[in-house]
Ligand binder design. Structure first.
Ligand SMILES: [Zn+2]
Length: 508
């Protein structure tokens, strides 16, 4: 009997498969290289200026995605006073480099050129003072002078950790403004300035509730420090050498000069947002499968446009195309049982801001959010796979739900046959990719995730990440894997469960 049944299944199964054509194949066929190319050619075009968060280029990308969602028949999901919207707006604070100067010997030194001010404070008026020079030695630390409410200048500190430690001690003792002379043996002053300039050049974006208006310190070069202290460069060098070896060194306090200085913070409120749309489910419509990708990128730098074709024009185009496939299926009477939400997220490159905002302001309950399939860079081949078969890195699939991992594997085996590379799924991997894209904000809320990723390459975060380097057949195949996995998650009988605790996996 057993053998006979086996025989029957073996003979009949292929015919069954033919007879009841797997309906999902029909809608998978709507996912084409041409569509992906068409979307990407807009997302990664120069006119979008690198889609930097809170810039007109990012707004244009958002409108493009929103119009697509509307045109293919997806529903808006965000409640606003004017009804449902596709756009989840929110404000960010943009901290630009402070404006400021120091006048020494009638020379006006400028912030981020001749010195560096690290805080966001704004002085009511310019300060004129003769700072107190505090001596330092390794054993006793700073000398005991009363510095409460006074301006202080110290020599010397190298890296940021050391500088911050010195600042903390002096602040604790009541110092008002702090000037730190840089130890250039540790890091050249010029290098520090350039690093800061690059970091701050586009402003730093953060949430209003996370803005800290902190008092900074003034960092100056040994040359400027010597001028302020009224000593020669040679004496400055001698002092630094002594301090490095932990010895004492005294200068004539009288020589310290009277200086004047001023700083003013430059802080704006800017708007940005996520773009969301839903294909509503049928009998399980209150459960949600998320398919996400960030659509922002790095903007322009030094006159170059960072088109971000792979990062993450590819993921954005992919969710647009998968959304269309689900919409077509629904129109044809094959809509998903669970609701499928497509979300293009902003601010990823600025610190996963869009996803962080979303999980704190979800438009559907997180508890009913079954899984997040997050796509970030799926159009390229990394050097490690130059000669290998079609592949994709999967990250996170087995961290919270073994069921999700198994479904993903099965969908791939049945439909896409990609080589699934789990190298970066290892929590000990030094790249820590699991923590580096938007899915992580979902995982932190116990929502099982899969992060789809092609790995990095020479054009990663460079202006050379352009559309001509995208491998469209492979890009399509990877998009199909996400589609089939989402289809399965949306249509299976019981929702997948979280069956692995964070403690067990040791994740953060
Ligand atoms: Zn990215």
């Amino acid at each position: 009997m057993k053998n006979l049944l086996f025989f029957v299944v073996l003979i009949v199964a292929p015919y069954l498969a033919l007879a009841q054509q797997d309906i999902r194949i029909e809608f998978a066929n709507s996912i084409t290289e041409k569509d992906l190319y068409d979307y990407l050619s807009i997302l990664a075009s120069d006119s979008l200026q690198g889609r930097e968060t809170a810039t007109p280029g990012q707004q244009m990308a958002a409108s493009f995605v929103e119009n697509h969602f509307r045109n293919v028949g997806l529903e808006p999901l965000v409640d606003t006073p004017d009804g449902k919207s596709y756009y989840q707006h929110f404000d960010l604070i943009k901290i630009n480099p402070s404006v400021g100067y120091i006048v020494v010997d009638k020379d006006t030194l400028k912030n981020l050129r001749d010195f560096l001010y690290t805080g966001q404070e704004t002085f009511e008026q310019p300060v004129s003072s003769k700072p107190i020079f505090l001596e330092y030695n390794k054993k006793k630390g700073f000398d005991e002078a009363d510095i409460k409410g006074k301006d202080v200048i110290i020599c010397c500190a190298g890296n940021r950790t050391e500088r911050n430690a010195r600042k903390a001690v002096l602040t604790e003792r009541g110092a008002k403004n702090i000037i730190i002379i840089m130890d250039e043996k540790v890091i050249p002053f010029e290098k520090t300035i350039n690093h800061y300039k690059r970091y701050m050049s586009h402003g730093r974006l953060t949430f209003p509730e996370r803005v800290k208006i902190s008092k900074g310190y003034f960092l100056v070069s040994p040359a400027t420090g010597a001028r302020m202290l009224g000593i020669s460069r040679a004496e400055m060098e001698k002092m630094m050498e002594k301090y490095r070896t932990g010895k004492r060194y005294t200068i004539k306090k009288k020589s310290v000069k009277e200086i004047s200085f001023f700083v003013s913070a430059d802080i704006d409120t800017v708007r940005t947002g996520n773009v969301l749309a839903v294909v509503e489910g049928s009998d399980k419509k209150d459960e949600y499968i998320f398919v996400t990708a960030h659509y922002d990128h790095l903007g322009t730098r030094d006159g170059n446009i960072y088109n971000g074709a792979d990062d993450n024009g590819s993921g954005t185009a992919a969710i647009m195309e998968i959304a269309q496939a689900f919409a077509l299926a629904k129109k044809a009477g094959h809509g998903p049982r669970r609701s499928v939400v497509f979300m293009a997220m902003t601010g990823e490159e600025k610190g996963l801001l869009g996803s962080s905002y979303y999980v704190r302001h979800p438009v559907v309950p997180l508890a009913n959010t079954v899984a997040d399939l997050n796509i970030d860079m799926v159009g390229r081949i990394d050097p490690q796979h130059k000669d290998s078969a079609d592949y994709i890195y999967l990250i996170g699939s087995d961290k919270l739900s073994m069921q999700l991992h198994n479904i993903s594997e099965r969908c791939n085996a049945k439909y896409t046959q990609l080589v699934l590379d789990y190298t970066y799924n290892d929590e000990k991997d030094p790249n820590r990719f699991y923590y580096r894209s938007d899915h992580y904000n979902f995982a932190k809320n116990d929502i099982p995730v899969i992060f789809y990723f092609n790995g990095t390459h020479d054009d990663y975060h460079r202006y050379t990440d352009t559309i001509d380097k995208i491998d469209f057949p492979l890009f399509r195949k990877r998009t199909l894997l996400v589609f089939f996995t989402a289809w399965e998650l949306a249509n299976m009988k019981d929702r997948i469960v979280v069956d692995i605790t964070k403690e067990a996996t040791g994740s953060e």
